[in-house]
Design a protein around this ligand. Structure first.
Ligand code: PEP
Ligand code: MG
Length: 882
């Protein structure tokens, strides 16, 4: 371990070394290589951080020597020296994880300043005010980040100095003011830590490195990683870089910019800067910065150079870049570049534009959009024709609309959201400590800060709507309200925000269905050309079927027929059928249901003209169609007490007896699925007849109808053989009665482990298989979904016993193994056996990938997830090329 190379100079690294040097470090190295103006520095590797944790938070052997060696080189390169009173070397120390975690870990600027070097800085810049300002910033940051002193202590001193001097802004304070503040800051440090502020730059440096390593495991960083599914064992690199100053005067500044618009994807430079400011001032959202276009007027040469650099970086990385820069006395310095975070709209537009610009291939474009993010696009948005009571307008920081009760505090937001209520987090600005409030809220509204403020960046990352910098709203935390003109909005009042326009609207706004933009359409077409898996939808009525088709579904993978039985006009007939004493009584009720079912199937099959429609025969236990025993008992008591309607009372008592007879100890494993078909074949016969009569009718009308009749919950070949016969005989009868020939298939769902294990036998009776992974997950894990998710799943996830909720992300190891066995065994008997999935996993990207890998023919999911599945299927094809 002592031989490990823990420290790299910028020119020793490159972009590919990201896992060792962290994202920021690798990109600084790469920019140095390309010849861009990057202040020199070095990177301490993520490996050093991992070894630091392995050694119980001690620096690993050899690290200190290597750092000292590189400091020496840095001193030679810059011609400055740590602690030199005349030409002091000052550095920034920043974290840099492999996967960027904006604002989550710590940064120290101006390191190297002490009582002596500050004088050197004052003399060499001929600007004492600037030098003392740097020193007090350093004391404050170092005190907070490294020594763990609450920043509040420092802020109080600063505020009282301003009050004493009767000024409002920091820049109105003089060099002498800063000197007085410095003396007070040092006293705070001494009082809080029991030690003097460390004057030695090397000591400062090692303390800062230690603090950055430790910041990898702060609560907020851990929460962020959990939300973004970033592994805990990656560690962070530390970047030590010579300081450049954006706060030396009006020919200086600092800013952040995106090479394209991260909200819309529009191809134009997009960003903000602050004149005469340092480091984190822009992202911190304390002063509202100027748009980057203004730089073209204020410093045209710098702007031109900056624009060229942005173009070069975009071409080099072939991706939209998020850039940080500083201007020191008219000279441009690049401090960071990385692939920019963007909304899904922006990701789609940039991917499609870059293909058209010849920068990337279609396959790359497909992988540039996170399928799960598409969810936000496929959601409802504010009706553009609605009359809105617009309260104010802020910056459109993250698109989408959110409605919720106003809450001013993140803890409270979390608490109320846990009770199932929708909240909107409203704050002056957010900080990393608000992360749980943002997670819990539908959207975020801030009164300060620009498009790159914390709230904006984090909300975009989570795909949550955000309006920021809405200065018209005057927030008063004390009275838990905000004011716009003479209107007062209190905690708990419902408002809406539109993150695409920046509007803040009173009350709940009317929403409309989503549409697919032309770029999105194009990307999906490319995905269709690349994917191997077909994508179908689960739909139970003609309207959903049409929606599914619009979204590109290539058929219906599951029509659940039970919902049709629940309609108010049918439930009495269904109950009559269930409660019939004999088969004759049951058949009478079924005869009345038949035309209704036929009409259902007619509508769906017609909507899917030319495409396959898989219709599942009745699945849930019959008692689900009866009133609950408790409700009946209450009703009976009421009737008894009133003594009015004796006949009704008898009827209800009879019903209650039947309900009790039909009730089950464990309905999930009870009298349901094909077990119903075995005991009441006339029910399945009626459904098959309804399907085939609808089919015959549509064929006679000239439609192409492809019905697939599906038997649920099969565990044994003989079950399927018997029910298949019921279906086939019914089809034969309908053909004979109507004189119309039609094609159909009969298959089964694979939802029980036994069915999976005996797939070769079951395949003898099946034209197709469809994985019902909802039930297959329940029965493989022995978890009932409602109990698991309601009671113990979160413990399993928190303890990492399971990495994902298996009802959302397919459990490849267990359920997946059974699926693989099914595919192998089934296709051994019938090589062309059609196999799909219709459990909820069919629209979840990782599960879709697994279905691709094991060779399924299609996935089927809810209509709104069809575009997600199309893209995920294409990514699976690209990422799993043999
Ligand atoms: C399944 O079990 O995966 C399935 C699709 O059936 P249901 O969810 O209706 O039980
Ligand atoms: Mg099922």
């Amino acid at each position: 371990m002592s031989n490990a190379k823990y420290v790299y100079l910028f020119h020793e690294g490159k972009a590919e070394m990201k896992s060792l040097l962290g994202g920021k470090g690798a990109n600084l190295a790469e920019m140095t290589h390309i010849g861009l103006p990057v202040p020199p520095g070095f990177i301490i590797t993520t490996e050093a951080c991992i070894d630091f944790y392995n050694a119980d938070r001690q620096f690993p052997q050899g690290l200190e020597e290597q750092v000292l060696e590189k400091v020496k080189i840095l001193e030679e390169t810059t011609g400055k020296k740590f602690g030199d009173p005349e030409r002091p070397l000052l550095v920034s120390v920043r974290s840099g994880a492999v996967i960027s975690m904006p604002g989550m870990m710590d940064t120290v600027l101006n390191l190297g300043l002490n009582d002596e070097t500050v004088e050197g800085l004052a003399a060499s810049t001929n600007n004492p005010r600037f030098a003392y300002d740097c020193y007090r910033r350093f004391l404050q940051m170092f005190g907070d980040v490294v020594l763990g002193i609450d920043h509040h202590y420092f802020e109080v001193v600063l505020e009282s100095q301003k009050v004493d001097k009767n000024v409002y802004f920091d820049h109105q304070l003089t060099a002498e003011d800063w000197q007085q503040i410095i003396a007070k800051y040092k006293r705070i440090i001494e009082k809080e830590t029991g030690k003097q502020f460390p004057q030695q730059p090397i000591e400062q440096l090692f303390l800062a490195i230690n603090a950055v390593f430790n910041s990898w495991n702060t609560d907020r960083a851990v929460v962020y990683r959990r939300i973004h599914r970033i592994p805990d064992d990656l560690g962070t690199a530390v970047n030590v870089q010579a300081m450049v100053f954006g706060n030396m005067g009006d020919d200086c500044g600092t800013g952040v910019a995106f090479t394209r618009n991260p909200s819309t994807g529009e191809k134009s430079l997009y960003g903000e800067y602050l004149t005469n400011a340092q480091g984190e001032d822009v992202v911190a959202g304390i002063r509202t910065p100027q748009p980057i276009s203004k730089l073209a007027e204020e410093m045209p040469d710098v702007y031109r150079q900056f624009k060229e650099t942005c173009e070069l970086l975009e071409k080099h990385y072939r991706n939209m870049q998020d850039i940080e820069f500083t201007i020191e006395r008219g000279k441009l310095w690049m401090l960071q570049t990385r692939n920019g975070k963007r909304t899904v709209q922006s990701a789609i537009k940039i991917a499609v534009d870059m293909v058209e610009e010849g920068l990337i291939t279609k396959e790359e474009a497909i992988t540039r959009v996170e399928p799960a993010q598409l969810d936000h696009l496929l959601h409802r948005r504010i009706d553009p024709d609605a009359k809105l009571d617009v309260l104010a307008k802020g910056l459109p920081a993250s698109p989408g609309s959110a409605v919720g009760a106003v809450v001013f505090d993140s803890d409270l937001a979390e608490k109320i959201a846990q009770e199932g209520k929708k909240v909107l987090l409203v704050r002056l600005e957010t900080t990393p400590d608000d992360i749980h409030g943002i997670v819990a809220a539908q959207g975020v509204l801030t009164s300060r800060g620009g498009m790159t403020s914390h709230a904006a960046v984090v909300a975009r990352g989570m795909g949550k709507p955000c309006v920021c910098g809405c200065e018209a709203i005057k927030i008063d935390y004390a009275s838990k309200s905000f004011r716009v003109g003479d209107k007062v909005v209190k905690e708990g009042d419902v408002i809406s925000i539109d993150g695409s326009t920046g509007q803040v609207i009173m009350g709940e706004v009317p929403m409309i269905d989503p549409e697919i933009s032309p770029e999105f359409q194009k990307l999906l077409q490319w995905a269709d050309d690349i994917r191997r898996l077909d994508v179908r939808a689960n739909a139970d009525n003609p309207e959903d079927a049409r929606k599914a088709r619009e979204f590109g579904a290539q058929g219906i993978g599951l029509t659940r027929t039970e919902h049709m039985f629940m309609a108010p006009d049918r439930i009495p007939l269904v109950q009559k059928m269930i409660l019939a004493d004999d088969i004759e009584g049951r058949k009478q009720a079924l005869d009345q249901l038949l035309p209704m079912q036929q009409n259902d199937f007619y509508g769906i099959l017609k909507a899917m003209d030319g495409l396959p429609v898989c219709i599942r025969l009745l699945d849930p236990p019959l008692h689900e169609f009866l009133p609950s025993a408790e409700e009946l008992a209450v009703e009976i008591t009421r009737l008894k007490l009133s003594g009015e309607n004796a006949e009704e009372l008898l009827e209800k008592e009879d019903l209650l007896r039947q309900v009790r007879t039909l009730s089950e100890f464990n309905p999930m494993l009870g009298h349901r699925g094909c077990r119903l078909g075995i005991t009441y074949p006339e029910v399945y016969e009626m459904q098959a007849r309804a399907i085939f009569q609808a089919t015959a009718q549509l064929v006679s009308e000239g439609y192409t109808v492809i019905p697939e009749v599906e038997i649920p919950l099969v565990i044994e070949e003989k079950e399927l053989a018997y029910l298949r016969q019921v279906v086939v005989e019914t089809a034969d009868r309908v053909k004979e009665e109507t004189g119309i020939d039609f094609h159909y298939t009969v298959g089964t769902m694979i939802e029980m482990p036994r069915a999976a294990l005996l797939a070769d036998e079951i395949a003898n009776q099946a034209d197709f298989f469809s994985f019902g992974t909802n039930d297959l997950t329940q029965t493989t894990l022995g978890f009932s979904r409602d109990d698991a998710e309601g009671k113990f799943m979160h413990h399993y996830l928190e303890r990492k016993i399971l990495t994902d909720n298996p009802f959302i992300v397919l459990d490849r190891k267990g359920v997946g193994k059974l699926m693989q066995i099914t595919v192998e065994q089934g296709r051994k008997v019938k090589p062309d056996l059609l196999i799909g999935i219709c459990g909820e996993h069919g629209g979840e990207p990782s599960s879709v990938e697994f279905c691709h890998i094991i060779g399924l023919d299609y996935v089927s999911c809810s209509p709104y997830r069809v575009p997600i599945a199309r893209l995920a299927a294409a990514q699976a094809a690209v990422n799993n090329r043999d």
